[in-house]
Design a protein around this ligand. Structure first.
Ligand code: PLP
Length: 391
């Protein structure tokens, strides 16, 4: 144990939960707390300067996804954008129909919004996924009804990293005249996104998953989409989302988005190499493991395994003792004893789903971090299995 302490490192491997704010991003934010603190709605110089950074961030973000600036609406993060897309479309189009299609592996911001809408007279179809977490396009086609008004399928799953065939889903939605929303929080900054090629009408993105500040995100809303406003009040965000703009956060989000866009290719290449190294070493050095998610259609930084005969929570605690921060699924579900809804939807038995571990790699992860983590993991799994009554 003494020896372990000497070698101990701090390794953050939970980039899908949140990311640190990059130095350049933080620096871009500071002036908007101090000198340029104006209210963008004011007409004097302070206000104009404040407004100009909101406009600039909007322009940058629109440019990264091939949207127009007036199709980007800032809000308080991914959860709010998901709520807005679901509730805003449902309310505005209820006269056309009250049926929504989504999947069983969506983020809770989408799933719980759907459950809320069910209490308001809407009907929701929750599509199954296959063992890799993929939605079946034939299932989707079969679920479409005359009264279907919205399809909401996430781009990349936050727990197992599976990438859905979004362009194909967009095509099906368009052919049937149905609005299509995608939660792209886990793909933005990792996959080059073009809203025209994907055929999406609404798309959620969040700043703190791409090295920007927390509490700010955006909803892309295609021009002409019939959707209700989300916050009633002033005329901010073209009267669709009231409230004085979170100026510094929006400045940081814009900066983070521009860095992510400029470095997308090198970011992907670097992450994929580290991810694959980690996956290969865990698979070859530890027995009775199963990689969760898709082997190739996968988030560049996502590693998710089930370890048989082990409790995910004990694994997390022992990793934490060694300075390694990981997750047993999504941050939203850890702390509860129910296995994640995503792993259940993949068809994993309860006892195996309980032994799951998500390690997500990011821009500050090094090869030494990966080596250290694998080394510690091998020892911890062995120790836990020795004392496991299941083994
Ligand atoms: C993190 C996350 C969200 C929520 O975004 P916040 O900005 O934290 O509210 C939504 N969807 C997915 C897929 C996420 O990973």
């Amino acid at each position: 144990m003494m020896g372990d302490d000497v070698l101990k490192r701090n390794v953050y491997l939970d980039y899908s939960a949140t990311t640190p704010v990059k130095k350049e991003v933080f620096e871009a934010m500071v002036p908007y707390y101090t000198e340029n603190f104006g209210n963008p709605s004011s007409i004097y110089r302070y206000g104009r300067e404040a407004k100009s950074v909101v406009d600039k961030s909007r322009e940058i973000i629109a440019g990264t996804i091939n949207a127009s600036t007036n199709e980007i609406y800032f809000c308080a993060g991914g959860s709010e954008a998901d709520n807005w897309a679901l509730k805003g479309i449902a309310e505005a189009n209820a006269n056309k129909g009250k049926h929504i299609i989504t999947s069983k592996i969506e983020h809770h911001a989408v799933l719980h919004s759907c459950e809320y809408l069910e209490t308001r007279g809407f009907e929701v179809t929750y599509l199954d996924v296959d063992e890799y977490g993929m939605v079946d396009l034939n299932d989707l086609k079969n679920a479409i009804r005359k009264d279907t008004i919205l399809i909401s399928i996430m781009y990349v799953n936050n727990e197992v990293g599976t990438v859905q065939p979004i362009a194909e889903i967009g095509k099906i939605a368009k052919e049937n005249g149905i609005y299509f929303h995608t939660d792209a929080v886990q793909s933005y900054g990792h996959i080059k996104i073009d809203v025209e090629k994907l055929g999406v009408d609404l798309m959620t993105i969040s700043s703190h998953k791409i090295y920007g500040p927390k509490g700010v995100g955006a909803l892309y809303i295609r021009k002409g989409t019939k959707i209700n406003q989300f916050i009633h009040g002033g005329a901010q965000e073209r009267s669709m989302r009231a409230g004085t703009e979170n100026l510094a956060a929006i400045a940081g989000f814009g900066k983070a988005a521009s860095i992510a866009d400029e470095t997308l290719d090198e970011h992907r290449t670097r992450l994929i190499a580290l991810r694959d190294k980690m996956i290969n070493e865990i698979s070859s050095r530890i027995g009775h493991v199963k990689l969760n998610g898709h082997p190739t259609e996968r988030h560049p930084g996502n590693v998710n395994f089930c370890f048989e005969f082990i409790e995910g929570e004990s694994l997390l605690l022992l990793l934490d003792n060694q300075g390694i921060a990981a997750s047993s699924g999504s941050a939203c579900t850890s702390g509860s004893l129910d296995p994640s809804h995503v792993l259940m939807a993949l068809g994993l038995p309860h006892e195996i789903a309980h032994g799951s571990l998500r390690l997500t790699i990011g821009d500050f992860t090094t090869e030494e971090d990966v080596d250290y983590t694998v080394e510690k993991l091998v020892g911890i799994v062995e120790k836990l299995r020795e004392i496991s009554p299941l083994h």
